[in-house]
Ligand binder design. Structure first.
Ligand SMILES: C[S@@+](CC[C@H](N)C(=O)[O-])C[C@H]1O[C@@H](n2cnc3c(N)ncnc32)[C@H](O)[C@@H]1O
Length: 284
C-alpha cells in the first residue's frame, strides 16, 4: 500500500471511530438548542428553496443518523441515505422505523466513490459532512466529481463545509474549555494550516476548514454552477445560548428573529461569521 493510501485508510478509520463513540450525540445534535438547532433550521430553509418536486430521488451522502433523510422522506421524496459509519446507519434505521417513513436505501458508502450509483440518477444530492472530514485535496475533488456525476442536469447539490474563519473566534471563546493557552497549537494549526485536529479523543475527528471565498471556485472546477453560499448559523453563531433562552422566553418574537436570521444567511457580509457553510450548486 502506498503512503497516501495508508493515510487515507487511517483517516477513514478515525472518522468511523469518532462516530462510534459519538453516534447518539450526533443524532441529538441537530435538536440541541445551542449546538445544532439553528444550523438545522437554516439549512432546511435554504435546501427547501431548491428542492425538486416531491417523488424525486435524493441522495443524502454522509447523512449519518438520518435527520435530513427523514425530513425529506416525510415530504414524499425517494431518499437514499449513505454513510461511512455503520454505527450511525444503525441509528438511522431505528429512527426511520420510529418516524414511520420509508427510505429507498440505507447504505454504507464512501463519498469519494459512489460507483454503485449510475450517472445522473438523482434529482438532488446532500453532502453535509464528508467534505470537511477529508484532509486530502484529491479526495475532496473526488467527492465533488462524484456528486456532479450522479446528479441529473438541472439538479442541485447541497454541500457543507467548515469555515476557516472561526478559528480566531473559537480561540477566544471561554465557553469552550479546550482552548486554553496550553492547547493554543490547535488553534494555530486550524488558523494557518486549515486543519482542525484535537489530540483529545471524542471532541471531533480531524477536519479540513476552508475560507468561504474558496468554496465556490472549488465546486465550479468540478462543473457546478454556484447558486448560493450560506452561513448555517447566519449571524448568530456565537449567541446560540442567548438565542435558545430567547426562544423559550419570547417564542413569538423568536419566530420573527429566526425568520430574519434565515433571510440574512446568504448575505455576503455575514457568510463568514458562522461555523458551517452551506454551498448550493447546480449541475448545468
Ligand atoms: C457531522 S456528521 C453530519 C451528519 C448529517 N449529514 C447531519 O448533518 O446531521 C458528518 C457525517 O459525515 C460522514 N462521513 C464522513 N466522511 C465520509 C465519507 N468519506 N463518506 C461518507 N460519509 C462520510 C460521517 O460518518 C458523519 O455521518
Amino acid at each position: 500500500m502506498t503512503e497516501a493510501a495508508s493515510e487515507r485508510e487511517k483517516s477513514i478509520r478515525r472518522v468511523r471511530r469518532f462516530y462510534e463513540v459519538s453516534a447518539q450525540r450526533e443524532w441529538e445534535r441537530l435538536e440541541h438548542p445551542t449546538q445544532g438547532a439553528l444550523e438545522f433550521a437554516i439549512n432546511k430553509a435554504w435546501i427547501q428553496k431548491f428542492l425538486p418536486g416531491p417523488g424525486s430521488r435524493i441522495l443524502d451522502i454522509g447523512g449519518g443518523p438520518g435527520r435530513y433523510s427523514i425530513w425529506l422522506a416525510a415530504q414524499g421524496y425517494r431518499v437514499t441515505l449513505a454513510d461511512l459509519s455503520a454505527n450511525l446507519l444503525a441509528i438511522a434505521r431505528g429512527k426511520v422505523a420510529e418516524e414511520d417513513v420509508e427510505l429507498e436505501g440505507v447504505i454504507e458508502a464512501n463519498a469519494t466513490d459512489l460507483s454503485r450509483f449510475a450517472n445522473e440518477s438523482f434529482d438532488a444530492v446532500l453532502c453535509l459532512g464528508p467534505m470537511y472530514h477529508l484532509l486530502d485535496e484529491s479526495d475532496r475533488q473526488a467527492v465533488a466529481a462524484e456528486l456532479f456525476r450522479v446528479l441529473k442536469p438541472g439538479g442541485h447539490a447541497f454541500v457543507a463545509f467548515l469555515n476557516h474563519l472561526s478559528a480566531l473566534r473559537a480561540a477566544v471563546n471561554q465557553d469552550i474549555p479546550f482552548f486554553t493557552p496550553y492547547t493554543f497549537d490547535i488553534v494555530k494549526r486550524w488558523h494557518y494550516d486549515h486543519v482542525m485536529d484535537f489530540p483529545v479523543a471524542g471532541i471531533f475527528s480531524p477536519a479540513w476548514v476552508v475560507h468561504p471565498r474558496d468554496v465556490a471556485p472549488f465546486m465550479e472546477r468540478q462543473g457546478f454552477r454556484s447558486v448560493e453560499l450560506v452561513s448555517s448559523q447566519s449571524v448568530a453563531g456565537d449567541v446560540q445560548a442567548h438565542l435558545a433562552l430567547f426562544a423559550e422566553r419570547q417564542p413569538e418574537l423568536y419566530k420573527w428573529v429566526l425568520h430574519e436570521l434565515v433571510k440574512l444567511a446568504n448575505d455576503p457580509t455575514i457568510v463568514g461569521s458562522g461555523w458551517h457553510l452551506l454551498y448550493i450548486g447546480q449541475k448545468p
